[in-house]
Design a protein around this ligand. Structure first.
Ligand SMILES: [Mg+2]
Length: 376
């Protein structure tokens, strides 16, 4: 017989960053520096006594809207069988159908969906990667958090050195400043500092037009970059396809897209070499799995964006060797730490995602709401 969801609790948190960071969107005046990550958590408890923890996140704005959405639809979860993830997902989607199947509504549902997958894996006594079917027990990892634009180049070089020393295998730096010559200077300095053989990526955070992206790409072909990330507007699939065809350096994008059809368009147009879906942004693990099944079918590599705590499992379960992105911003929220060695992040052996909320997390909680069955 099936299990039943007995209680659900949602929390909204503001997790401060140790230092504010700026990417090219700040350099071009479109956004302010990022100083905190807002997180929506979902904790589910079942009649059989199994628990699940999931979360979604936003930067700058949107988390209050996500919280409001789950507050409105969360009660529907009570009494549902937590094993029937697809059915529960559809139910939540239809409950909010008038606000669409992408963006804030589905990003709110992603916290629930992730909690349901966590619960299913915990019930099986398996890490999520194993429940899905793992291809490896560790995945390649690169660092992003040391390469932001507010950091002087000496600091970027120092942090790159520390990352590599800690066992991380690759370094990504931000580019896309109004003065491209400055990007090229910083990139050359980092390449010289970390050596020719260390995997190196750049991320322009959508701040170039097509001509600038092509000019940059041609200027750096000799540097052997692993990829150029978000060279263009996130929705310019045709532009990315032209760029991917024109350059030897691989193209990566997809982190900003918040529905399966948006990511599938990149696949269909052969717009990327590395697809970069993000579980919380695309609406959860359920839609993520649809996207990466099609990415594999199209022979693409996948390098999921941010949220290494979830993506280490999904990257391990992708047939092709994948990269995960090391950004430690969410680490204070959880008790557990991910192990990194020899350029790779180990898949945790604990059941589920292998995560529990840290005791100090409540310091950052701004809001919470719970639903509970009548105990029939
Ligand atoms: Mg990026």
């Amino acid at each position: 017989m099936g299990d039943r969801i007995e209680a659900v609790r949602f929390g909204r948190y503001a997790v401060p960053l140790a230092h504010a960071v700026s990417d090219a969107k700040v350099a071009t005046g479109r956004q302010r520096p990022l100083s905190q990550i807002d997180v929506l958590t979902c904790e589910i408890t079942s009649r059989d006594g199994v628990g699940g923890l999931g979360f979604s996140y936003t930067t700058r704005a949107g988390c209050q809207a996500q919280f409001a959405h789950v507050k409105e639809i969360g009660e529907l979860l009570i009494g549902q069988d937590p094993s029937d993830i697809g059915k529960v997902y559809d139910m939540l989607l239809w409950a909010g159908a008038s606000v669409g199947r992408s963006g804030v509504a589905t990003q709110a549902i992603s916290a629930v969906d992730t909690a349901l997958w966590d619960l299913k894996a915990r019930r099986a006594g398996l890490p999520l990667a194993k429940l899905l079917g793992a291809h490896r027990d560790s995945v390649k990892v690169y660092n992003t958090s040391g390469g932001y634009l507010q950091a002087p180049i000496e600091e970027v070089k120092e942090k790159a050195g520390l990352s590599l020393k800690s066992g991380i295998g690759g370094i990504k730096i931000k580019v896309g400043q109004p003065d491209m010559k400055e990007d090229l200077r910083r990139l050359a300095a980092v390449r010289e500092h970390i050596g020719q053989d260390t995997p190196l990526m750049v991320d322009a955070n959508q701040q170039w037009d097509r001509a600038s992206a092509l000019r940059f790409g041609r200027a750096v072909e000799e540097l052997g970059l692993v990829w150029i990330e978000e060279p263009l507007d996130a929705y310019d699939a045709e532009g990315h396809a032209q760029l991917a065809a024109a350059l030897d350096t691989p193209i990566a994008t997809g982190e900003m897209l918040s529905s399966v059809p948006e990511l599938v368009r990149l696949i269909d147009l052969r717009a990327v070499d590395f697809l970069q879906p993000d579980v919380p942004r695309v609406g959860g693990i359920t839609p993520y799995l649809k996207v990466v099944a099609l990415a594999d079918h199209a022979h693409l590599q996948v390098a999921p964006h941010f949220v290494m705590e979830i993506h280490v499992h999904l990257a391990a379960a992708y047939p092709r060797d994948s990269w995960v992105e090391h950004i430690e911003w969410l680490s204070p929220l959880f008790e557990e730490r991910l192990e990194i060695e020899g350029g790779r992040m180990r898949v945790p052996e604990r059941p589920g995602l292998g995560l529990s909320l840290a005791g100090r997390a409540q310091e950052w909680r701004l809001d919470e709401v719970g639903f509970r069955g009548t105990g029939r």
